[in-house]
Each structure stands twice: as C-alpha cells, then as structure tokens.
Design a protein around this ligand. Structure first.
Ligand SMILES: CC(C)(COP(=O)(O)OP(=O)(O)OC[C@H]1O[C@@H](n2cnc3c(N)ncnc32)[C@H](O)[C@@H]1OP(=O)(O)O)[C@@H](O)C(=O)NCCC(=O)NCCS
Length: 159
C-alpha cells in the first residue's frame, strides 16, 4: 500500500501476548508472559516499543539502558515487513533514546549464524567486537557487536 501509516509506540500489557508469540515464532523461545510483563510494566531500565503499520502490529524492539551503556535486546519484524526500512526506523528510534540518556556505547549479541541480522547491524553502524563462545542453549557462539555514540550525535525523533 502507498504511504502506509507507520507508528512506533510504547508497548503495554496488551502487547505481551503478541511479543511472546513473535519471540516463539521467530526465535523458538520466549522470555514468557511473566518476565515480559515485568519488563514492560516495572523495569525502569527497559524500553519496549511496538511498530504498527496501518494500525496492525508488525514488529517490536527492546532496549536496556544502564547508563553509560545500553543493550539492544531484540529487534524483530514479521517476515512480510522485512527489507522495507522498518528495521532501520526502529533502530534509529532506539539509538535516539540512547542519545537522550547520554549513553556512550550500545552493544548487542547475535547468533553467529544470523548473517542477515549481522549485515543489518553493520549497516546501522555496529562493529564486530568479540565472540562469546557457546553462549546459546544449543552451544552456538554469540557475536558481540558495538556502536559508540557521540554525545552530540543526532538520531532523529524519539518515542
Ligand atoms: C533484522 C531485521 C529487524 C532488519 O529489519 P529490516 O526492516 O529487514 O531492515 P531494513 O529494511 O530497515 O534495512 C536497513 C539496512 O540494513 C540493510 N540490511 C537489511 N538486511 C540485510 C542483510 N540481510 N544483509 C545485509 N544488509 C542488510 C539494508 O540493506 C538497509 O541498508 P540501507 O538502509 O543502507 O539501504 C529484520 O530482518 C528481522 O526482523 N529479522 C528477524 C529477527 C532477527 O533476527 N532480529 C535480530 C536479532 S534480535
């Protein structure tokens, strides 16, 4: 559809089941309802955002800010909405939140086999920092990626 209405908004209790289902579908495991609820409602360091296109949820992203550092927890789109700039939109919003909170360095962990996400993160300015051996349940290594933020950097609007 031309000019879809795109909205990135704060996640609420009403999004817990959606995020749980997306985690299960995309990653084969989930934090679960209880932890997601705690994250969204009570964790002051956690920032969960849901992306809506024409009023329909199509993805979400999450961030932990522990000044002066932050960690991208997840950034996920439904398959039909990938490759259209929505991932960049979400990451830009998360980085703007980091800048707002004077975060100096943002990290994330990604499976070494997830070459698509690694390519995406590199396009968004992350560099490969180190490898965490056998980090995941199945013994797979995690790639630790890093993006330094300049105090004056501008990353667009925040939500
Ligand atoms: C990772 C993900 C969020 C990226 O979102 P997306 O909407 O597909 O990415 P975008 O269309 O915004 O692309 C942004 C940039 O990354 C680049 N990019 C995207 N996928 C890429 C890939 N597989 N390889 C290399 N570069 C890639 C794009 O070319 C684009 O560059 P440009 O803006 O300079 O032209 C999405 O693919 C996804 O949900 N993947 C499954 C879940 C996942 O693995 N998440 C990461 C771990 S939590």
């Amino acid at each position: 559809m031309l000019n879809p209405e795109v909205r990135l908004r704060k996640a609420s209790m009403a999004d817990v089941s959606y995020i749980e289902t997306m985690e299960q579908t995309v990653f084969g495991k989930t934090f679960g309802k209880k932890m997601l609820t705690e994250e969204i409602l009570y964790n002051p360091m956690a920032y969960y955002r849901v992306l809506e296109v024409d009023g329909r949820r199509v993805g979400y992203c999450s961030l932990w800010i522990t000044i002066p550092h932050a960690e991208i927890v997840q950034i996920v789109l439904e398959p039909a909405y990938r490759g259209a700039g929505y991932g960049r939109l979400m990451m830009t919003a998360l980085l703007a939140l980091c800048t707002e909170h004077a975060v100096e360095a943002v990290t994330l962990e990604v499976r070494v086999s997830n070459t698509a996400a690694i390519g995406f993160y590199e396009r968004l300015g992350f560099v490969r920092a180190s490898v965490r051996k056998q980090y995941y349940d199945n013994g797979e290594d995690a790639l630790l990626m890093l993006r330094q933020l300049a105090p004056s950097s501008e990353e667009g609007g925040t939500v």
